[in-house]
Design a protein around this ligand. Sequence first.
Ligand code: UD1
Length: 432
Amino acid sequence: MSRITIHGGVPLRGTVRVSGSKNGSLPLLAASLLVDGEVVLHNIPHIRDIHTMIRMLRALGARAEFREDGGLVIDGSSINSVSAPYDLVRRMRGSFYVAGPLLARFGEAHVPLPGGCVIGSRPVDFHIRGFKALGAEVEEKHGAMHATAQRMRGTRIYMDPRLRSVGATVNLTMAACMAEGTTVIENASREPEVVDCQKFLTAAGAQIQGVGTTTLRITGVEQLHGLEWTAISDRMEAGTFLIAAALTRGEVTVEPVDPEHMSMVIDVLEQAGCDIRLAERSVTLSMDDRPDAVDVMTAPYPGYPTDLQPNTGVLMSIARGASVIEETIFDARFNYVDELIRMGADVRVMDGAAIFKGVPQLFGAPVVATDIRAGAALILAGLAAEGETEISGGALVDRGYEDITGKLSSLGARIATAPEADPETPDDECLV
Ligand code: UD1
């Protein structure tokens, strides 16, 4: 556990090296279980959620270790269990990603149901319906999913277009890769992290048509082969540093990133009055004034990412004028707002939306982080605030951000972490 202390008001300046994507790396680690042979993954971030997934792979009998050059070597040829430990699934919902590969390769998966989550209801019914459509016998009993299938059969899977699920798209694509015949997945997610996983699978020998579109045609193959792969950069981390620059009236460059992955975020920041310069692999933001108010609605990619909604709310809390932020993905994602109000923000949440009436200044206060993204948002609020902010539960942020305090310090932020004694502080909540 750690407590983060920030003395706000310092404009951030400099360049930040963006780490590999958390949400992109987790599917790559799980997909490596499908491969008969050695996989070497590059650009995998050193964050707690990745360490949890590595523990999961090892619990299943796979070899998974970082080499000295930073490459993560995974060898699934020694897998000797199809049962995922509850303790790991409970810590991180992304652990459910092992279900598809285990079913596809071994015809059986026993994975505890992930359960509740601080950012809202997060069922796995789309995953389970898809496994059933692929011919698996699925039993949900004693808090776990037990699925068996001699060999899964290609089928048509129609996903709810209003709730395009990142996790279900990845899990069902992995499951279909080795099914007999062709599977068509309609209304698939198109998040860059999902697309990178599809490209990884294709490079390993899978046959996937429609990569990067909402309709995937996956023709099952007998086996996938070993390969080396580099995870994409983390667009959420990049967006977090850009918003931090906007909040502190500084100038920050994030690299390496693919600016195309951030089009919607860049558009909103430009509407807020930020000056943004794009290069092939970097984005630079500078800001010398309070932001203008912008209305934002979260949506599946290429819409505005829900993972950056809390950071965007902090930016709007000091905007000139009022803005409405609508959250359409997770019903409890405004859980940072009450803490922000304690720092002087004027926000009202109702019916899946929050109205931010911009105030000229936030003020430092002791606050509590409840999940990864809420924690990051409170760090940003602390950077913009006058005086000292102390964030309890700061360790949650380490689940998704690699060395966030070190990177912010290198930009000039006055930020420090200290061990935290309070056992009440939330720790391993769900993956967000
Ligand atoms: C992933 C990301 C998370 C991001 C989210 C939305 C990872 C590890 N996590 O989470 O950071 O915020 O996408 O972009 O990549 N749903 C169902 N039934 C299901 C599955 C989902 O009803 O079986 C609903 C969810 O409750 C939610 C919506 O669909 O309202 C989208 O969820 P989903 O895209 O599946 O999120 P995750 O994959 O869990």
